[in-house]
Structure formats: structure tokens, C-alpha cells
Unconditional design. Sequence first.
Length: 255
Amino acid sequence: MQVHVRRSRGHLGLLLLFAACGGSGGVTTPPPPAAVASVTLSQSAATLTPQQTVTLTATTKDAAGNALTGRTITWSTSNAAVATVSGGLVTAIAVGSATVTATSEGQSGGATITVAAVVVPVAAVTLNQTSASLASGQTVTLIATTKDASGNVLTGRGVTWSSTATGVATVDGNGVVTPVAVGTTTVTATSETKTASATITVVPGTFLGPAGGTATGFSGNATVTIPAGALSAGLAITIGQVTNPQASPQLAPGT
């Protein structure tokens, strides 16, 4: 560095001259930042119930797939009545579907948000009766009721039926039990892992038609069971001696 001092008309001027060191002294301009080529989200879909939340994370990448940091991301929802978003935090509002989108430098990534109704689980299953005795030709219909933990009846829930001994009695998808042979079986109704059962006993004898009642004959004895009101309906019963009584006599209605 050289310093030259000179006087001019009573004033002292100071001129500093700096000598540059090493070459031309040019300034290097850094390359521009890589542009955002894609935006991906931490998940592409989510299912929520009203008032539930989920946090989505957006990742920006360049054309080579390298993650970029410090980029501005804006969030939007296609249906704010179904789900809202703020800074990636999605809040479910009402049943329906919405697309939440993250955008950075013209590139975007989306996630489908499905909001489903709250399904109250079945806490108990009850039957209209827990036991029944049937004779050949007779059926009984069991009715299953599903309830929540507070005892409220739940509708529209699926119920499956089963019998532990289908050789004794069968049950169809509507809860109708049909006897097959003398014995005992358990019929069970199941809904969402909850169950209720009824004991079904199939007795010897034949169901006495539309008027009801049963007739049983074995070991020299005959037993006739008549339901209340059957006699007033004109049910006629004839009892006669037989040589070889059968365990399950085939009686026609009205005899």
C-alpha cells in the first residue's frame, strides 16, 4: 500500500491507493437454488371420523429426487365442509371426502381424506327366548337384538346364526330353528364378536298342526300337550290303544 500526501490551496488531501493482490480480483456468483420439481406427502390417504385429526408432512425434491429444505409450502383443501388443513394439520369436520394439497413453486402433492361416520360397536346381543322345546314338524323363530354399551338398540347390524348340533336342529339366516332328531343343541346368534345363545330341545312326538300342541307316545304311555285356546278352536283329540306304540307317532292334525 502506498500513501501520497499533497497540499492544495491550504487544504490537506489524503489519497489512499490500495494495490490489489493476486490477479484480477473478480467476484464468484453462486449458482441459483435448484427448482422444486415435485412435492410428496407423508401419506396419500387417510380415513377419519368427525373431529379426528392427522398431520401430513410435505417433502420438496429437485429433478434428481434430492430433498430440498427451506421451501415455502402452502396448504389447501378441496372441501372445507368435510376437512380443513392448517400447516399440514388436517381436521375432519363432517362425513364425506376431500383432497388436501401441498403446493411449492408450482408443484403439488395431494392426499385423499375420507371422513366416515362414527360406528358404535355392538356391546351385547340378546334373544327373544333362551330356550325352546320342539317336536317334529314344529319350528321356532329366534329374534336377535343388538345393543351398545349403554343398552341402546342398534339397527342394521349383521347377525350370523349357528347350531352346535345340526343333526338335532338347524337354524337359518333368519333365526328359524327346525328340529331334525331328538336331542339338545345350542343355537347361537353372533354380531361383531358378541353372542347370545338359546338351548333347543327336540322331544319325541309330532306337532299337532296349526292348532299347536304335541303328542308323544312311548313305553306304553301317551302324552298330549294342548296349548291354551286350542280346544276352543275346534281341536279334536281321539285316544285309542295301540299294540306297538312308537317313540314318535305320526299323528295327523285333529287326531
